[in-house]
Design a protein around this ligand. Sequence first.
Ligand SMILES: [Zn+2]
Length: 301
Amino acid sequence: MITNALSVDVEEYYHAEIFRHGAGGLPPHGLESRVERSVDRLLGLMADHESRATFFVLGEIAAHHPAIVRRIHAEGHEVGCHGDRHENISTMGPDEFRADIGAAKRRIEDLIGEPVIGYRAPNFSIGPGQRWAYQILADEGFRYDSSTFPIRHDRYGEADAPRLPHAVWGAGAIRLLEFPIGTVRLMGVNLPIGGGGYFRLSPFTVTRAGIRHVNIHERQPIMFYLHPWELDRHQPRPPMAWRNRFRHYVGVGRQDEKLDRLFARFAFGTARDVLEAWSPRFAAAGAARAAPPASGGTSAA
Ligand SMILES: [Zn+2]
């Protein structure tokens, strides 16, 4: 049985672009933090099924909720990085991007005492115009990225990007791998089966059939992703247009039950473990597991 990669983008409901955009920006007095209770439920669900995951933690969350980050790590999951402030890379220049990921990475590494080697961009915002980000990720000590969604979508996605893990940057022995979000290719079209709103919206059997297809016919793992707020039916509901409301809240009330079925049906591990099984070269590089955390700004070349 193939082990697929499971990932969680650890952020608040108000970091989600549709919430932020739909509610007309964040209110000046802030919103209630709800991330800890949702992560708690996710950790419980995963423990029930012995599923392991990579939690891509936002630097802001690591700063305000250190205990939950330590707990994720202590329960045997991988801790990755989701940037510091949840800004899209397309709005940053290279220097700003380096500062953002460097700050977040060091904050997380200080909490878990281990190098962080995986990165996911907010809103999958590494597109064709942001390829420069790969070398900066490698310089900062990252060994893989998971920020590509090879589908057609109005806000993100790159329909003709490779669907399976592949190298996107290399210099000497240092390589940066890309692990795209899971899709199944049917009749010349990539269909999303890797989580997010698509998983909440579509029947469970569609996701199940898609993952099975990739695992059995292509003999490849998929990358599945979700957010803690997707399990939180009691999160605030500020006024927003029906389209944004639908996209942010659809299926939130049934997410626990659906995830329970998903974790029961498939084996899930961390992105690092899945990539080590997938690429002997990635495993041989030790994936920086035993190396000290990279210091900021050093060149890998
Ligand atoms: Zn995010």
